[in-house]
Ligand binder design. Structure first.
Ligand code: P1T
Length: 383
């Protein structure tokens, strides 16, 4: 299709056409490792499924389309996508990363890549100028997560990117919490968008998947080279499921945002809740930035029960009946998590507490159920 589609159409049609063989409307699941060659080296576009697979191509075109990118690349998980970006760097290079981020991303940076000679500075990016003292001629990558997991800080993508560009650093945004429905970082000047597509993009808690989107041809080639060399690629069934998820992204996100807002406001008014972290509140420290770069405020939030101790947090999450106590987020069903012992357990206590991830913190991924049921569930659990 040549016409540039609006977002809600691009989720359904972006980069896809009926299959050439039989007109299948959904891209078929090409469950094959290899492809017949007519003469040695004379293939028909596909040789071996670590390098390319037609179902994966359809997904890669789809993410490129909905992130306003030229190229998309799919991986076996969000972490495999991030791992590939980090392998662009050389020993001695420096990275500036948000200080609040998914525990697994922190682990990959500190426990895997630091030992290959990368230096990582974790910085609170709520004020863009906070990165200035860490910028130097070795800065090769700025890693932004926004909104951050789990403190819901919002980083000014445009301002950080502009600072990064003064030192020719690559700027990457982990867009998992927002999804391209809420923000499209490449339009704000960044080089790389990364997704744990396991979350909102696939959307049904049934597929682990990672995606990258970029505009620059040379950067895409480098990433594709690492993707093929390292081989952290997804299978065709998972690509199919993610494509199917993306088709309803706009519908689900609209409801996630509505329900997220209703739950945030309910918790904010609850006498037994001390603090709610959600960028839609006008007094959230980054609300103005969120308003300029996000279409709405999403379905993720964190909160601290009054007193904020571990036992209270445990009691609440164990009493919940509709919210399931589980890792992950972004699926149609509501989930509750305890970051300190679950998703952020790999970050040393004193470091995670500096960015607000205290033992009493509870994180919610607000799903698309009837919001009244969700509020009643929280009500009985909080007591
Ligand atoms: O799980 P995987 O697909 O590898 O994605 C990792 C990842 C990357 N970035 C962010 C912002 C994430 O939240 C995640 C995964 N997060 C969880 C599993 C979680 O419960 O927070």
């Amino acid at each position: 299709m040549d016409k540039k589609l609006r977002f809600n159409s691009a989720t359904i049609h972006g980069g896809q056409q009926p299959d050439k063989a039989y007109g299948a409307v959904m891209p078929p699941i090409y469950q094959t490792t290899t492809y017949a060659q007519i003469t040695p080296g004379g293939h028909q576009g596909y040789e071996y499924s670590r390098t390319h697979n037609p179902t994966r191509t359809a997904l890669e075109r789809s993410i490129a389309c909905i992130e306003n990118a030229k190229h998309g690349l799919a991986f076996a998980s969000g972490m495999a996508a991030m791992d590939t970006v980090l392998k662009l760097l050389q020993p001695g290079d420096e990275i500036i990363s948000t200080d609040d981020l998914y525990g697994g991303s922190y682990r990959l940076l500190t426990q895997i890549f630091e030992k290959y000679g990368l230096k990582i500075h974790f910085v609170n990016m709520e004020k863009a100028e906070n990165i200035t003292p860490f910028l130097n001629d070795k800065t090769r990558l700025i890693w932004i997560e926004t909104p951050t997991n789990p403190m819901m800080k919002v980083v000014d993508i445009r301002a950080i990117t502009a600072l990064g560009k003064t030192h020719n650093a690559l700027v990457a945004v982990d867009n998992t919490f927002a999804s391209p429905y809420l923000q499209q970082p490449l339009d704000l000047g960044t080089d790389i968008v990364m997704h744990s597509a396991t979350k909102y993009l696939a959307g049904h808690s049934d597929t682990v998947m990672g995606l990258l989107a970029v505009n620059d041809d040379a950067l895409n080639e480098q990433l594709a080279f690492i993707q093929n060399s390292g081989g952290g690629v997804p299978g065709p069934m998972d690509c199919f499921l993610t494509l199917r998820g993306i088709k309803t992204l706009h519908l689900r996100m609209q409801r996630h945002c509505e329900n997220g807002a209703a739950v945030a406001i309910y918790l904010q008014h609850h006498p037994k809740i001390e603090k709610v972290y959600w960028p839609g509140f006008v007094d959230h420290p980054n609300h103005e930035v969120a308003k300029t770069q996000m279409k709405a405020f999403g379905g993720m939030l964190s909160f601290l029960p009054l007193g904020g101790d571990l036992s209270k947090a445990k009691e609440i999450v164990q009493k919940l009946q509709i919210f399931t106590l589980a890792e992950s987020l972004g699926g149609v069903e509501s989930l509750a998590g305890h970051p300190a012992s679950m998703t952020h357990a790999s970050i040393p206590k004193e470091i995670r507490e500096k960015s607000g991830v205290v033992d009493g913190l509870i994180r919610l991924s607000v799903g698309v159920e009837d919001v009244q049921d969700l509020i009643e569930d929280l009500d009985q659990a909080i007591g």
